[in-house]
Design a protein around this ligand. Sequence first.
Ligand code: ACO
Length: 336
Amino acid sequence: MINNAIPLRIAGVGYSVPKAVVTNEDLTKLYDTSDEWIYTRTGIKERRMVSGDESAFELGVDAAKNALAKSDIKADDIELIIVATSAPSQLYPAMGCRIQAELGIPNNIPAFDITAACTGLIYALSIARGFIASGMYKNILIVATDNNSKLLDWSDRSCSILFGDGAGAMVVTASEDGVDDIISIDIKSDGSIGNIIEFNLAGKNCPLVEPNTEKPQFITMNGKEVYRFVARVLPEYVEQLVANAGMKNEDIDYLIPHQANLRIIQAVQERLGYSEDKVITNIERFGNTSAASIPLALVESVEQGKVKLGSTAILTGFGAGMTWGGAIVRLREGIC
Ligand code: ACO
């Protein structure tokens, strides 16, 4: 951290999920699969999917409203909007700009989107931290939202079983009491293996140059390679995150990981020697909601009484890129 850095306070966190529930049993109408196959390999029972007017944008607006309502910051006082999305409802205008307009946030502030897939929330928090630490902006709205269901190949049974739709949001501000809610934060990437999970915007070439060959525009994933990479990197990474912060495992109350696959989460849990109640999962009911999954797991588990506020948690994610990252954060009373 830079000298004289301004500390950050997490002021509010919210989420939003679509209404429609799609169970594993429902998926058997699309292809040859079973609840048993999906549940034993992923820990997923059901997920939510957008329908009608719902979209990553609409869910993002809703999550942002919920985060603002929990915070002591008014929409009018937001000075920057960062949206983490890799399955947006449109490429441009940026979702940040649309959310600014929808929430009536003053029209001269900056707003932009970032793509770090399922690590998006951690990346956005890291960017926000830099802006707050430097004194450039005080109040920042982070939104993490993805409508994966619109980007999936619904005949690809090994990939489409994993994902669901959802949004999360966080309002962060300059801390007035000198306490930094970000104890440590770190983001990483390895583009050399980026092809193991991709979404290509194929588009169409100019017909004057080349006859058009339609290519599918779906998420493609080498599930085995993703699994191998994350199972190799993540447990050690999270262990190192704790050590680098000068902390011990007993200083951490909760591990709130990206909800991609229960078996990967369990591998991290085993490595750290954490008890089951310390590791927060809701993948069973929401699947993998990409960037939204960490705030969704945090707020939902507070609502369910599984996470008590006034505690310390590791947030960690990984996703396409490959990207990964983690933050050790203080969860103050009243933030969700
Ligand atoms: N139902 C039944 N059978 C299936 C299904 C299904 N839904 N999907 C695949 N199979 C079959 C395959 O056809 C194959 O059969 P075969 O051996 O006769 O050819 C067999 O099951 C094994 O298929 P794999 O694709 O190799 O299945 P795998 O054991 O790797 O499991 C899974 C697939 C669950 C996706 C696993 O690879 C995984 O969890 N990977 C991690 C993915 C992940 O975490 N992605 C998200 C991270 S990135 C992000 O969040 C953006």
